[in-house]
Design a protein around this ligand. Structure first.
Ligand SMILES: [Zn+2]
Length: 386
C-alpha cells in the first residue's frame, strides 16, 4: 500500500474509533451495575412494588448516546428497563461541564471533559462551545425520545401534566413521565435571563452548582466552597418566581446554609448520602437534613458507594432509616444517580429489589410507597407551576 493510503486508513480507523466505538464503551465503563448481586425480590415484595408510584429524582441518562426507547445491556436507564422496574416518573438531569479528574474534594473550573464527549458523540457544533447549547440540545434529546415513544413517554412541565399523567397511568402501567433538571447553573453563562430560556425548554429542577465553584456559589467539591453570590441570590429569586425546584445536590455547606435562609419554597437534594451513615464532603450533615425537611422538601438517597458507603442495598436502606429517624419518612426519596458515572447495585429494572429490602428492614408498606415515589409526587404536585 502507498504510504498516503496507509496514513489515510489510520486516520479513518482512528476517527471511527473516536466517533463510533469509544462513546458506547465509555458509557458502559462509566455506568456499571454490580452484576455479582443476584437478588430476586420475594413474590410479596414484587406484588407491593407493582402497585407503587415509583419515582426517581436523578438520572444523567441524557449525557450518553443511548436510544431511550431501546433496551440496552449497558448503563442504567432506558424506557424498557424503566417499564420493567415499574418506574412512573424519572427526573432526567443534564450535565454541561465536568472537570477532568473529577473528585468529591477539590476541583478547579478550568478543565472540561464534556467537550470531548460532545464531539465524540457528534452533538451539534454549537454545543461544543456553549454550555447553554449543551443544555438545550440534551433537553431536545428527551423531546425526540418522547416523539418516538409511541405515547409511552410523557414530559411533565406543570401540575396539569402531572395530574393527567397520574390518571392515564392508572390504566396503562407502561407509561413513564420525564421531568427535566440540570446540575450546575454555569450553564446560564452568567445571564439571569437564561433561567427563562431553560424554563421555556422545560427545565423544572435546577441545582445551582455541580463539581466546581461557579458564578452562583460554592460546590462541595470546589476550591473555595463559598456561599451564595449576589448573582446566585438573583437566580434563586427568579427560580422561585418561575416555580422551579431548587436542588441543593453538590452545594457547599455554606451555600446550603445561604439557600436555606434565602429560599421560601421546598428545597430538594436530588442525589446524596447522609454523613450519619456515610461521612464525607459529598454527603449531608444532620443540620442540613433537618433544614431541607423544615423547608418541606426531599432528600434523594443515592445508590452508589460515595453516597451510602456500600456497593449493595444495605447502605441505601441504612441511609433511609437514618433520615426517617432524624426527620421522618415523608422527606425521603430515591436519588439513584443512574447513568451518573457511578456503579449501582441494580439498574432501573431492578428497583423491586429496593422495595423488597425496605420491607425486609421493617418499613411499612405505606412508608415504602412514600419513599419509592409518593413523596416526590407530592412535592412535585405542590411545587410545579399550574
Ligand atoms: Zn451529580
Amino acid at each position: 500500500m502507498r504510504p498516503y493510503l496507509i496514513f489515510f486508513s489510520i486516520v479513518v480507523l482512528a476517527l471511527a474509533g473516536f466517533f463510533i466505538v469509544a462513546p458506547p464503551i465509555a458509557d458502559g465503563q462509566f455506568n456499571p451495575v454490580s452484576k455479582n448481586i443476584e437478588f430476586r425480590p420475594a413474590p410479596y415484595a414484587q406484588q407491593v412494588h407493582n402497585h407503587l408510584f415509583v419515582a426517581d429524582m436523578h438520572s444523567d441518562f441524557l449525557l450518553w448516546q443511548r436510544d431511550l426507547n431501546k433496551r440496552h445491556e449497558r448503563g442504567h436507564v432506558d424506557l424498557p428497563r424503566l417499564q420493567e422496574g415499574n418506574v412512573a416518573l424519572q427526573v432526567f438531569s443534564v450535565v454541561t461541564k465536568s472537570p477532568w479528574g473529577q473528585n468529591y474534594v477539590e476541583n478547579a473550573s478550568n478543565s472540561d471533559r464534556i467537550t470531548l464527549l460532545a464531539i465524540a458523540q457528534r452533538w451539534p457544533v454549537e454545543s461544543w462551545i456553549s454550555l447553554m447549547d449543551r443544555a438545550l440540545y440534551q433537553a431536545n434529546r428527551l423531546y425526540k425520545a418522547k416523539d418516538a415513544s409511541r405515547g409511552k413517554l410523557h414530559i411533565i412541565q406543570n401540575k396539569r401534566d402531572l395530574d393527567r399523567f397520574i390518571e392515564r397511568r392508572a390504566d396503562d402501567r407502561e407509561l413513564v413521565a420525564g421531568v427535566l433538571a440540570i446540575e450546575g447553573l454555569h450553564a446560564l453563562e452568567g445571564d439571569i435571563d437564561n433561567v427563562d430560556v431553560l424554563y421555556a425548554a422545560g427545565y423544572r429542577m435546577m441545582a445551582p452548582v455541580h463539581l466546581f465553584d461557579n458564578e452562583l456559589g460554592g460546590s462541595a467539591a470546589g476550591l473555595e466552597k463559598g456561599g451564595l453570590t449576589d448573582f446566585g441570590r438573583q437566580v434563586i429569586r427568579r427560580m422561585e418566581q418561575r416555580r422551579i425546584l431548587i436542588d441543593l445536590a453538590h452545594a457547599s455547606p455554606d451555600l446550603i446554609d445561604d439557600i436555606l435562609l434565602a429560599a421560601h419554597t421546598p428545597l430538594v437534594v436530588s442525589h446524596t448520602g447522609v454523613q450519619g451513615t456515610c461521612p464525607g464532603p459529598r454527603n449531608l450533615s444532620d443540620d442540613h437534613v433537618r433544614g431541607v425537611a423544615a423547608s418541606g422538601g426531599l432528600i434523594g438517597i443515592g445508590f452508589w458507594e460515595g453516597a451510602v458507603c456500600d456497593t449493595g442495598l444495605d447502605g441505601i436502606v441504612a441511609a433511609m432509616r437514618y433520615v426517617k429517624r432524624l426527620v421522618g419518612v415523608q422527606y425521603i426519596a430515591l436519588g439513584s444517580d443512574f447513568d451518573g458515572s457511578v456503579r449501582t447495585p441494580f439498574d432501573a429494572a431492578g428497583l423491586p429489589q429496593l422495595t423488597d429490602a425496605l420491607l425486609a428492614a421493617g418499613f411499612s408498606e405505606y412508608e415504602v410507597g412514600q419513599i419509592m415515589g409518593g413523596n416526590l409526587r407530592r412535592v412535585l404536585r405542590a411545587s410545579l407551576p399550574d
